[in-house]
Design a protein around this ligand. Structure first.
Ligand code: 6CS
Length: 311
C-alpha cells in the first residue's frame, strides 16, 4: 500500500526531517510506501487535519497551535513558561511523559486520531519591527499567532494585539505591515526568511514549539499487529533522530541569520526583563482551566508532575 503523510513544513525543516526518517524506516521494514506531502502541496494546517479525519491522508503532523479548537486541552503548550528551554530535559519529557503518551492519546482518539508522537522543535523567539525589552513594548503591536485561542490570550496578557493567521499569510502580512511581529523557533526564522521582514529577534524563554504526528484512527486500527509495530518503531526511530538532529541547530541557524542580515538585533531578555512575561503566565493558566475544565486541570497537573519527574 501507499500511505499519504502530510506535514506543515518543507522537507528540509524539522517536521520534514522527522517525516523523511519515518518514511525510510517504514519502507525498510515493510512493503508499504510512504508518500510525503510537505507544506504548500495540500493546503494550510486546517486543511490537512480535515483530510486526515476524512481518511484521505493516513498520517499528518499538525502542531497544537492549530489543534486548539478540535482538542482544547492541547492548548496547554501555550501556558507561558510551562515547558523548559533545556533540550535534554524536553527530550526526556516527550519520551516519558504520561500526559503526552497516555492522556493526550485518549483525547486525540476521541477525534478519530491515533496520536503517534509529540516532539519539540525549539525555543520560540519573537521577531518584530521594533525592539522588545518588556511587555510595554508590545503595546499596539499586531502580533501574529497561530489560530489557537489560548495563544491569543497569552499575547493579550503580554500586552500585544494578537492576530491569529494561518502560516501562509505571515510573510506577506509582515511585509505590508498588517502585522508587526510573530513568534517561531530559530531554525524556522532562517529557513522561511522571516528575518527579511523583521529587524529584532527577542528570546523571552516563554515557549517551546511543539508538534504532533498522528494517524487516521480507523486506518491505524485496521492495520495488522505487524504493521502497527512497523509504524510504532518508525515513530520512535524518527523521534530519536530528530532529538539528535536538533542539537545545536538553533545556534547554527541564528549564525546564518546574522550573516544574511548583519543589522539584525538579537536580544536574550534578562530575568528582570522577563518578569512581566512571567507574571502573565498565571492569568493564562487560569484561562486554560476556564476553557478546559476538570479535564484540562488534570492534564496540567500531570504535565507538571511529568516535567518534575524528568528533570
Ligand atoms: O508558525 C507556523 O504557523 C509554523 N511554524 C512552524 C515552526 N512550523 C509549522 C507552522 O505552520
Amino acid at each position: 500500500d501507499t500511505w499519504k503523510y502530510a506535514f506543515e513544513e518543507s522537507l528540509t525543516e524539522v517536521q520534514g526531517v522527522y517525516a523523511t526518517k519515518f518514511k525510510e524506516e517504514v519502507e525498510k521494514n515493510s512493503d508499504h510506501e510512504i508518500q510525503l506531502f510537505p507544506y504548500g502541496t495540500l493546503g494550510e494546517s486546517a486543511d490537512l487535519m480535515e483530510q486526515t479525519q476524512a481518511g484521505i491522508l493516513q498520517f499528518v503532523d499538525q502542531s497544537p497551535g492549530f489543534t486548539g479548537a478540535l482538542i482544547p486541552e492541547a492548548q496547554v503548550f501555550f501556558v507561558p513558561y510551562l515547558l523548559p528551554t533545556d533540550q535534554e530535559h524536553l527530550a526526556r519529557f516527550f519520551r516519558e511523559s504520561k500526559a503526552i503518551n497516555e492522556d493526550f492519546k485518549e483525547l486525540y482518539a476521541e477525534q478519530g486520531l491515533e496520536l503517534l508522537q509529540m516532539f519539540p522543535e525549539g525555543e520560540v523567539a519573537m521577531t518584530t519591527k521594533q525592539p522588545v525589552n518588556s511587555c510595554e513594548d508590545l503595546d499596539e503591536v499586531k502580533f501574529r499567532v497561530m489560530t489557537n485561542p489560548l495563544l491569543v490570550e497569552a499575547y493579550k496578557a503580554f500586552g500585544a494585539t494578537p492576530t491569529p493567521l494561518p502560516w501562509g499569510e505571515v510573510y506577506g502580512s509582515l511585509q505590508t505591515n498588517i502585522i508587526q511581529g510573530q513568534e517561531n523557533p530559530t531554525f524556522f526564522l532562517y529557513s522561511t526568511k522571516l528575518y527579511e521582514v523583521t529587524d529584532y529577534i527577542t528570546y523571552t524563554g516563554h515557549s517551546n514549539f511543539t508538534t504532533a504526528v498522528m494517524a487516521n484512527k480507523e486506518f491505524y486500527d485496521g492495520l495488522s499487529d505487524a504493521d502497527k509495530k512497523v509504524v510504532q518503531d518508525a515513530t520512535k526511530a524518527a523521534y530519536e533522530h530528530i532529538v539528535v538532529y536538533q542539537e545545536g541547530l538553533a545556534q547554527q541557524e541564528l549564525e546564518k541569520i546574522k550573516q544574511a542580515k548583519p543589522s539584525m538585533t538579537v536580544t536574550v531578555l534578562s530575568e528582570d526583563q522577563r518578569s512581566c512575561f512571567k507574571n502573565a503566565a498565571g492569568d493564562v493558566e487560569a484561562k486554560f482551566i476556564e476553557m478546559t475544565g476538570d479535564r484540562g486541570a488534570a492534564i496540567l497537573k500531570q504535565f507538571k508532575a511529568d516535567l518534575a519527574a524528568t528533570k
